[in-house]
Design a protein around this ligand. Structure first.
Ligand SMILES: [Zn+2]
Length: 193
């Protein structure tokens, strides 16, 4: 998948993840939003961490870390993500950084999973590029996948907030203003620290 596809699917993950965190953990709205942003950043990170540049003389893309190697290691993001989430579960009141780290790892994991159907291998369990499904090239089916992840995000958000929709639809202004106030309150608490 190319950068545009990773950005859209990352946005879907980030929004869904922010809702999941806000709905399931006793954390501030600010932290839930930051977790969503970290998931979005993570979903673009495996390519960015390779530090690529365009070599004019050679007429090709070069990178410090070879493409689809260590930064695309499936097992590493999976293990690290769940380890950090577990650390957060152990100490939710002081574990904000663990939650943000886990969110970043889950974003990276989505990136790697969406690169898997392409024809260039990525490292699966061992840190050596060894696995790809070879179903289609990086430029193909991006928008179909983005369409599917957007639908999945919508269905998830509808389901997660299913008990609140009646109230939200009847009082949209009150809900928006309450969320805005809560967000501002979290920000002002942060500023006082
Ligand atoms: Zn990639």
């Amino acid at each position: 998948m190319y950068a545009k596809g990773h950005k859209i699917t990352g946005l879907n993950l980030g929004v869904g993840w922010a809702v999941a965190v806000a709905a399931n953990y006793q954390v501030s709205l600010l932290l839930a939003v930051l977790a969503g942003i970290c998931a979005y950043v993570g979903s673009n990170a495996p390519d960015r961490m390779e530090m690529r540049w365009w070599d004019k003389e050679a007429g090709q893309m070069k990178s410090v870390i070879p493409h689809r190697t260590i930064t695309h290691w499936f097992a590493m993001w999976l293990v690290l993500g769940f380890y950090l989430l577990e650390e957060f579960h152990d100490a939710p009141q002081t574990g904000a950084l663990f939650l943000l780290g886990a969110s970043f790892c889950f974003g990276c994991l989505l990136h790697v999973v969406l690169d898997m159907p392409n024809k260039k291998p990525i490292p699966l369990f061992l840190p050596k590029p060894s696995f790809c499904l070879g179903w289609w090239g990086s430029a193909e089916r991006q928008y179909t996948i983005c369409f599917i992840t957007t639908i999945l995000m919508g269905v998830y958000i509808w389901w997660e907030l299913r008990e609140h929709w009646d109230y939200v639809l009847q009082n949209p202004k009150e809900v928006a203003s309450a969320l805005w106030q809560r967000f501002n309150h979290d920000l002002s608490l942060l500023a006082q620290r």
